[in-house]
Write a protein that binds this ligand. Sequence first.
Ligand SMILES: Nc1ncnc2c1ncn2[C@@H]1O[C@H](COP(=O)(O)OP(=O)(O)OP(=O)(O)O)[C@@H](O)[C@H]1O
Ligand SMILES: [Mg+2]
Length: 279
Amino acid sequence: MSEAAVLDAQGVTVRYPGTPPVIAVDEVSLRVAPGETVALVGESGSGKSSFARAVVGIEKTAGGTVLFQGSPVAPLGLRRRSKALTSIQMVFQDPSTSLNPRRRVGDQIADGIATARARGAAGSTVGEWLERVGLPPAVATRFPHQFSGGQKQRLAIARALAARPSLLVADEPISALDASTQTSVAALMRDLVAEAGAGMLFISHDLAVVRRIADRTHVMFGGRVLESGPTAEVWAAPRHPYTRALLAAIPEPDGEGRIPVAPSVADRAVWAEVPAVLR
Ligand SMILES: Nc1ncnc2c1ncn2[C@@H]1O[C@H](COP(=O)(O)OP(=O)(O)OP(=O)(O)O)[C@@H](O)[C@H]1O
Ligand SMILES: [Mg+2]
């Protein structure tokens, strides 16, 4: 890979205070190349969101480096981020967090379009972005509280994509959508990001969706990456027992394209195979 990575995280560590302190992310390294979608999977509490917040610079790191297009991402609050970093966009796990409750949703998408235009990127209209994520253009004048959780996720995705980011960090962006539309919305995100030569870090519990859209997959457990590789290879020949347990817990989508909710892997017998040091 000769082209500079859009995201190059090396040995990132995130620690939360407590007795004992929580090591939420333990020396995680991950690269996202231009045009690439990289998935981060792993069960609840494995450190995915902490890592995502660290790479966009809104969570303090206790170690490691994060380079965005070759430059360091400083741990700054969202509002204090430099102009250069506006080409990183994040869709948060809780969609209410991604949207300003006091502003009309159309205005928020328009902000994204303005961000894109300021950097010379082509911008579509607010109505076009709403339609792309499956919402009627007429909803532009409404406020976030007038939408369902799934609709808010669609709006957060539209706002983030409208800014034409070089890097999109999407933390469970489709979890509140109907199972039948999760794959299509995720594929839309992947396609729009890749078309622009941008990269996406895609965090999801939904391995069926990950399998369809991610070029590479990293499997996280207890703050560490246990296994990573091209998605097809991870699925065809998972090396780590934990990955095998995760994959075994996910049935194939049925003929209608519906993706069943993954059962927890925590109580599976195969769990016993995970080395004690990683539990
Ligand atoms: N602000 C915080 N203060 C203290 N501990 C935290 C904080 N945020 C997360 N943690 C802890 O850090 C660990 C990783 O949490 P994180 O939210 O990153 O996991 P996750 O993989 O995103 O989980 P989920 O799939 O449920 O979203 C957990 O043990 C969690 O309890
Ligand atoms: Mg999370």
